[in-house]
Write a protein of this length. Structure first.
Length: 306
């Protein structure tokens, strides 16, 4: 099954899906102006005239009309830890089943994380995983084995079918995670940054804790732009329910759309500025826009830490 066929099918095999998404991403970069950037993947290098043709990747040649040889000699040289917020707000919008063309925030985060792990595997890099909601649900340290990667994929697949009805104090679990990561690492955090109270300072103190030992930290601020940023709902009476607190309000979306957009855009801007202050890479990620921005952020961050 190709990627286009997978778009509207229920996600059942994250490993296969991640491979296809990453293949499409790499092919796109080979064809793009960022071509020189993409050949830094440890599995390929440009073919030089006079070299043996034994390791030429002919499948890649068919896609790009350029000659690349496969590389096998590089060993793990980067440690990466992926953190996923599994609180109730990350399960918005409600979907009947997770499909590539119909993901909620937790589904997007799980697929994006699996794609990052696929690239990390190709780079011979080690990866760890943490998942939290109202508790520290899962932790695995950074390792590079295939058995370890399969175990992490299983945890991500569980996120696709899980239902969360909990609040979370993100800052609390980020402190716990920071205590577990001792060696310098590249850290990716998927969260919508929604808190049930106003503990923003505690949250950024926790992010600063992750920066300890010179970790490179990337915050993937995960949201549905159409609904959560543009507030684009039908102009019929709506009952909006906070999935974490249960509080509700009845309104016409059109009546508050403009003022809502101003408030939420100011909030996004404040997040970006705070991350800049603490030297954290802030990457706003619309779940409707695919995975290229996430994967490109990995490449950029990898260059910084090595």
């Amino acid at each position: 099954m190709n990627l286009s066929e997978l778009q509207s099918s229920e996600i059942k095999n994250l490993d296969l899906l991640a491979k296809q998404v990453v293949e499409g991403f790499i092919t796109g970069m080979h064809k793009s102006p960022f071509h020189g950037f993409s050949v830094e993947f440890s599995e390929h290098k440009l073919y030089n005239k006079g070299e043996s043709t034994r390791h030429i990747d002919w499948k890649l040649f068919a896609k790009t009309e350029k000659l690349y040889t496969k590389k096998y000699e590089e060993e793990t040289n980067l440690r990466c830890h992926i953190i996923i917020d599994n609180s109730a707000s990350m399960h918005f919008p409600i979907v009947k089943m997770q499909k590539l063309d119909s993901l909620n925030k937790i589904g997007f985060s799980a697929v994006a994380a699996s794609c990052l792990m696929e690239i990390l595997k190709r780079q011979r890099d080690a990866v760890g995983l943490s998942i939290y909601s109202d508790s520290y649900e899962y932790y695995a340290p950074e390792k590079g084995s295939e058995r370890h990667r399969k175990m992490l994929l299983h945890q991500l697949e569980n996120l696709l079918i899980s239902a969360s009805k909990t609040t979370t104090d993100t800052y609390k679990y980020l402190h716990e995670i920071a205590e577990k990561i001792h060696r310098r690492s590249l850290i990716f955090l998927f969260t919508d940054m929604f808190q049930t109270d106003h503990k923003s300072e505690e949250l950024f103190e926790a992010l600063r804790h992750l920066k300890y030992n010179k970790h490179e930290v990337v915050l993937f601020h995960t949201f549905d732009a159409e609904l959560e940023l543009n507030f684009n709902f039908d102009n019929i009476p709506k009952k909006l329910v906070d999935v974490e607190t249960g509080e509700s309000i009845d309104l016409y979306a059109e009546n508050i759309q403009n003022s809502y957009k101003i408030l939420i855009e100011n909030y996004f801007k404040a997040l970006k500025n705070k991350c800049l202050q603490y030297k954290i890479d802030y990457v706003p990620v619309d779940i409707q826009q695919g995975f290229s921005q996430v994967l490109t952020s990995y490449l950029t961050s990898r260059k910084k830490i090595l």
